[in-house]
Ligand binder design. Structure first.
Ligand code: UTP
Length: 290
């Protein structure tokens, strides 16, 4: 079955980026001239997704406003002849069919994904973590969808992380199938000891799941950090029917982390046609002073 639906969990509290995220959702933090979540929606659309459910919570209404029309602003832009910006602003509301639902309590990523059950129905669907922006020629979500179509199993986007960091992430048991594609038969969220580490491969930012994940999530107790972890539910899938891991191409930026936000801003600005040259010149001068 074709994957046309995606879920973007964006209801986290963003405690690692406080105080910026006290009243501003981290998913709305700008990278150059677009909020993080717009890059993610664009990746989904460029991967063939037509319907997107964004999971929000109290105080995240501006995410809804961003994907809505903005009549007063549009009128002003047209009246002042700013047709290019007008087109850009209007096109955001036409990217996809975008739906919203609130996760009423912040009980973890697994709990957030479980809020998507009635939207998803009985279809495979993509999950794009709302604070992970991935930039690349071939959209990461599309790479996972192709692996789903080829192998017929739920897919996780994976990347190797440094040995010193694996304790902050999930750790996966993987065996190579071809090039950058692996079979995944076990996983653990935030391993506590070196013995618990299965490999340095971790799930980063994207997955494609079959709808049987919902029954598993219903029976998943709170795990690491007292939250209902999506990894704990996917572990059941991995151990029973198996999953596929795709070491996707593309650069991932963690917008839930101050350093990740800085990297995203600098690197994406260097790719921006209007800013690249003056920004590069500025950086070169700045580097001399460091
Ligand atoms: P994170 O664990 O990175 O988000 O979840 P967080 O809880 O906001 O992080 P802290 O507070 O800085 O540690 C990954 C994704 O899952 C969403 C987040 O919005 C983020 O996009 N999420 C997390 C939810 O939607 N609901 C939750 O209950 C937890």
């Amino acid at each position: 079955m074709k994957v046309t639906k995606a879920v973007i969990p964006a209801a986290g509290l963003g405690t690692r980026v406080l105080p910026a995220t006290k009243s501003m959702p981290k998913e709305m933090l700008p990278i150059v001239d677009k909020p993080a979540i717009q890059y993610i929606v664009e990746e989904a659309v460029n991967s063939g997704i037509t319907d997107i459910l964004i999971i929000t919570n109290r105080g995240k209404g501006i995410i809804e406003d961003h994907f809505d029309r903005s009549p007063e602003l549009e009128e002003r832009l047209l009246a002042s002849g700013k047709n290019d910006v007008y087109e850009q602003v209007v096109s955001i509301s036409k990217l996809a069919n975008i739906y919203f639902i609130r996760q009423k309590e912040t009980k973890g990523l697994g709990h957030a994904v479980n809020c998507a059950r009635s939207f998803v129905g009985n279809e495979p669907f993509a999950v794009l973590y709302g604070d992970d922006v991935i930039i690349g020629e071939d959209p990461a979500c599309a790479q996972l969808i192709r692996a789903y179509e080829k192998y017929g199993k739920s897919v996780v986007g994976i990347k190797a992380v440094p040995e010193t960091d694996i304790f902050k992430y999930s750790s996966l048991k993987v065996d190579k199938l071809e090039d950058n594609i692996y079979s995944c038969t076990d996983m653990i969220e935030k391993p506590k000891t070196p013995e618990a580490v299965l490999s340095l491969y971790s799930i980063l930012g994207r997955c494609v799941l079959t709808p049987d994940i919902f029954d598993i999530l219903d029976n998943t107790p709170p795990g690491s950090g007292g939250e209902i972890q999506l990894t704990d539910a996917m572990k059941t899938l991995a151990q029973t029917v198996g999953m596929t891991g795709v070491d996707y191409t593309g650069k991932r930026y963690d917008m839930g982390d101050k350093f990740g936000i800085l990297q995203a801003t600098v690197e994406i600005a260097l790719k921006n046609p209007a800013l690249a040259e003056p920004f590069k010149a500025y950086l070169k001068d700045l580097v001399k002073t460091l």
